[in-house]
Design a protein around this ligand. Structure first.
Ligand SMILES: Nc1ncnc2c1ncn2[C@@H]1O[C@H](COP(=O)(O)OP(=O)(O)OP(=O)(O)O)[C@@H](O)[C@H]1O
Length: 604
């Protein structure tokens, strides 16, 4: 009989160590099985050991910006500000080489940027600005959240109002568009349109947004009135071109944003048809942007862009393709354990901000959203009106509610009694706009939310299983850690069914391996929050509770600190701390590592 030793290691799973100790058997059992643990005391001892944090840096992501405790990651990574001593000891900021003032950006645009807190360009913007303004076709690539949208918005607007495109640009009623921007999803089109609306509006240029699933009429009206910039999805833009609503004869710019996704989604034919409608391609500048540019997209781009095109690739051959502002983590977890594990991951890593959870299928998104408190689902089957709606209530008399769509394109009168309000309002404020505005903090989405979405304060991304391709991993994890902020991306995987090595190899991410947050971790995070709220309780309550507190202190045999700890535990809903499997993250399971002195052979 080989000798067996019992090791319960609740800290990080270390694949390297696993390799070295080949003669180990990992068993798993219900915690209540008396045969598997010698005594309760021993078990408690092992648990206590497991609480100690394995501080082995080796297994942590080399890309992590925050490698300490898994809580409170809400930090802005500070951009270096060079400060010099001026006259009379006054502090003078040395000018940033990427300061907005150093670029050919006109005053109204500078003002609009300043209003949004932008005083310097990000590297992809600085590196592409002059080339675009000088009329070059360009392929631009930078990691997620690095500001690729403004990298094309700013020089295009400058070119139209002060640069080479100004001379031949038409103005007035019924003018055909000067700019056409193609994006793969309606959500992205809306987002990029918002930027054109703000910055274009600042220099007197009009934009409109067209996408499938929404009514044609308001889009046709806007196009007929005349616009400078059209942003939209390929299918609907193609329809408008075929219906004669969009005239591309005076087009100056065409932009393919998230180009690889657009072409992958089967829009190649639509995109080719749209681009083919431009009669004289020499008069049009074509720009192509994405965080991921597989070789096949680069090849296709040579068909759409001039041979003289410039390529600005800020990722290039660097091993790490995903965001370097994100802490990339993997966690073994079975599907059955997800509803228990995900809320705990959110408690430990969500820093109180927004979380996006990605599932592969629509049904799983619906199911999970139903199981997680305060979560909503977003996927392609959800009606467009519910996916991104920006209603505002204009007046609420006792019996009439009136909603006006933000773009003033449709007005809906809803007549009814005020008590109908609660039930009718709910579905209106759903999904993206509700998530953006903080009405709910957890979004469960399919890949429809993987690309380009820029939502404030998304602290945590959870992927329920490894995606099929590396691009999906890069874009999904890139919904956090944007514009210099840090974030956490946790990928769940079932070690018996899925493999993370392909994603690891192709993305260049060195994943940090963790186990499901232990009850102690979650309790600690909750305790910190509860301690803060206790200090906010009014002193007026003390007299009412003082005598009970004194009685408790004198009779319990516990110290004041221990009693306070129990009170915090109760306040946060903890009456006991449960164990959890390291392999599947199932509650009430313990993982046992049995080491043998000799090889063990199975009967077969
Ligand atoms: N120069 C800047 N200074 C500060 N913030 C900026 C600057 N440029 C862009 N941003 C902000 O950075 C965020 C990310 O920008 P954007 O969505 O364009 O990134 P992206 O590179 O297109 O990301 P993705 O690849 O995910 O689509 C936005 O909130 C944007 O307002």
């Amino acid at each position: 009989m080989p000798s067996l030793s019992l090791t319960s290691n609740n800290s990080s799973v270390d694949p390297k160590k696993e390799k070295k100790t080949k003669k180990k058997i990992v068993l798993e059992t219900q915690e209540t099985d008396p045969l598997m643990v010698s005594s309760k005391k021993e078990k408690k001892k092992e648990k206590r050991k497991a609480v100690e944090f394995d501080d082995d840096d080796e297994e942590r992501s080399e890309t992590s910006s925050e490698l300490g405790e898994p809580v409170n990651l809400k930090k802005k990574s500070k951009k270096a500000k060079v400060v010099e001593e001026g006259k009379d000891g006054e502090e003078v900021k040395a000018e940033d080489p990427n300061a907005v003032t150093r670029f050919r950006i006109s005053e109204p645009l500078r003002e609009a940027l300043k209003k949004r807190g932008i005083e310097a360009l990000f590297p992809i913007q600085a590196r592409t600005f002059e080339d675009i303004l000088n009329g070059c076709d360009l392929v631009g690539r930078a990691r997620t959240g690095q500001g690729k949208t403004l990298a094309f918005v700013l020089p295009i607007l400058e070119s139209l109002v002060n640069g080479p495109a100004k001379a031949s640009r038409k103005t007035g009623y019924g003018r055909p568009p000067s700019v056409l921007v193609l994006l793969p999803t309606r959500e992205l089109a809306t987002q990029v349109f918002d930027d054109f609306k703000v910055y274009g509006g600042a220099v007197g240029l009009n934009s409109c947004c067209v996408y499938g699933g929404a009514s044609y009429q308001p889009q046709e009206l806007a196009l007929k009135r005349g616009v400078d910039i059209v942003v939209g999805t390929p299918g609907r833009i193609k329809d408008h071109i075929e219906k004669g609503n969009i005239d591309l004869s005076l087009l100056k710019f065409r932009v393919l944003d998230e180009s690889d996704e657009m072409l992958r989604m089967g829009f190649v034919e639509d995109v080719e048809l749209i681009l083919g409608k431009v009669e004289d391609v020499r008069k049009v500048q074509t720009l192509l942007f994405s965080a991921t540019l597989p070789d096949w997209v680069k090849n296709i781009s040579s068909r759409f862009l001039k041979p003289t095109k410039k390529t600005i690739d800020l990722v290039g051959n660097e091993k790490m393709k995903a965001s370097t502002n994100v802490r990339h983590i993997v966690l073994p977890c079975s599907t059955a354990a997800m509803p228990q594990v995900i809320p705990d991951v959110i408690s430990c890593y969500g820093s109180g901000g927004r979380t996006i959870i990605f599932t592969e299928k629509r049904e799983s998104a619906n199911e999970l959203a139903g199981l997680l408190p305060g979560a909503r689902a977003l996927h392609g089957e959800i009606q467009q009106s519910k996916r991104e709606v920006n209603f505002c209530i204009l007046m609420v008399p006792s019996t009439v509610l009136m909603f006006v769509y933000e773009q003033n394109v449709s007005i809906v009168f809803v007549f009814g009694f005020l008590n109908c309000f609660g039930s009718s309002l709910g579905p209106c404020f759903v999904t993206l706009s509700g998530f953006r505005s903080g009405k709910f903090l957890t979004l469960v989405a399919t890949n429809v939310a993987a690309r380009g979405l820029d939502i404030n304060d998304v602290q945590l991304i959870i992927q329920c299983e490894p995606p099929n391709d590396v691009e999906a991993y890069i874009h999904r994890s890139g919904r956090t850690g944007r514009a210099g902020n840090s974030g956490v991306a946790v990928m769940l995987y079932d070690p018996r069914r899925s493999n993370i090595s392909k994603i690891q190899r192709e993305s260049g991410v060195k994943f940090e391996h963790i186990t499901a947050p232990r009850a102690e971790d979650i309790a600690k995070a909750a305790g910190v929050g509860a301690a803060e709220t206790i200090t906010q309780v009014s002193d007026s309550v003390i007299p009412a509770f003082k005598s009970a507190a004194e009685d408790l202190l004198s009779t319990s045999g516990l110290s004041a600190v221990e009693l306070l700890a129990k009170a915090l535990a109760k306040a946060t809903g903890y009456t006991e701390i449960k164990s959890r499997s390291l392999l599947t993250s199932m509650d009430n399971h313990v993982t046992l590592l049995l080491e043998s002195g000799k090889p063990i052979y199975t009967p077969s």
